[in-house]
Design a protein around this ligand. Structure first.
Ligand SMILES: NC(=O)c1ccc[n+]([C@@H]2O[C@H](COP(=O)([O-])OP(=O)(O)OC[C@H]3O[C@@H](n4cnc5c(N)ncnc54)[C@H](OP(=O)(O)O)[C@@H]3O)[C@@H](O)[C@H]2O)c1
Length: 268
């Protein structure tokens, strides 16, 4: 099966309007799969849909949905209608706060959890159920190095991303035998508008070595059939940053804390 036969006729990309989500949509469309583009802001989605229709032969549908809202899944189901989704890319998921847990209202963190945990579960459950009888399809969950452990300034974010990692591992084990590919794509610092905005809000310079969204998306699609996980920049047999002993976790937290304090805490 080629890409479109394996993952078509429609892909749903949640968080498609910019950065890695936009690159995923462009690449998926160029491989002959129709796209359902989802995000909160309508205008950039409409613009991307116009661009995709001009450049490729595929169709595109857009929908403004806040994944943190209680009715998100109902709205997604209504938007998708009878279209057969063979590929689900859950890209939306960054933390716009970059703050200590107690320095934000609980509602900010609950919204993050609603989007990264509850909406992820609902979407995977709904769409993988319809992929199963077809015996084909793909789920691509965009994650972060934060999934391997917590650190200051990312308590809720790391918690939701850790959920994503374990959830993806389990789904891979359950669904791979059914013909459904599952990949958790773990990113490092990537040149997205959301990341640039966070840096600008904190008055920080843009780091030198950021991954490009196009490269990240191309790698994600290339690795989709080789789950459960791909860590950006690391080979399959490299360990990543997932220590298990208490002592090793303390060391890791200290190491990551130096970075998060520098980035989010103004060096404090
Ligand atoms: N950039 C990095 O350095 C980096 C590093 C590690 C991991 N990651 C991961 O990569 C993914 C993409 O990150 P990003 O930097 O591009 O930021 P992001 O804030 O996840 O934005 C990506 C897309 O998601 C949409 N989105 C955000 N919140 C949404 C919501 N509540 N409902 C619907 N759509 C929503 C945004 O459009 P709207 O604003 O219009 O909704 C945008 O199109 C995330 O999963 C993140 O955890 C990024």
């Amino acid at each position: 099966m080629n890409f479109a036969e394996r993952y078509g006729p429609w892909a749903l990309i949640a968080g498609a309007s910019e950065g890695t989500g936009r690159s995923f949509a462009q690449l998926i469309a160029s491989r002959g799969v129709n796209c359902i583009l989802l995000g909160r802001r309508e205008e950039p989605l409409l613009e991307l849909a116009r661009e995709i229709r001009e450049r490729s032969l595929v169709d595109c549908v857009t929908g403004s949905v806040d994944l943190a809202a209680a009715d998100a899944m109902e709205r997604i189901v209504a938007l998708v209608g009878p279209r057969e989704v063979g590929l689900l890319v859950l890209n939306a998921g960054a933390d716009p706060n970059g703050a200590l847990f107690l320095d934000r209202d609980i509602e900010s963190w609950l919204g993050l959890a609603q989007r990264n945990v509850m909406a992820t579960m609902r979407c995977c459950h709904h769409f993988a159920r319809s992929m199963k009888p077809r015996g084909r399809g793909g789920l691509l969950l965009v994650n972060s190095g934060a999934c391997y452990g917590g650190a200051p300034y990312m308590a809720a974010y790391a918690g939701t991303k850790a959920f994503g990692l374990c959830f993806g591992d389990a789904l891979w084990a359950e669904l791979q035998p059914q013909g459904i590919d599952v990949l958790t794509l773990v990113l490092g610092q990537t040149d997205t508008p959301a990341f640039r905005k966070l840096l600008a809000d904190k008055g920080l310079p843009v780091p030198d070595k950021l991954a490009s969204p196009d490269d990240v998306a191309a790698t994600g699609l290339e690795r989709l059939a080789q789950g459960p996980v791909h860590h950006w920049g690391l080979a399959d047999d490299e360990a990543g940053y997932a220590p298990s002993s208490a002592a090793a976790r303390r060391t890791r937290i200290g190491m990551v804390a130096r970075m998060t304090r520098r980035v989010f805490g103004g060096g404090t």
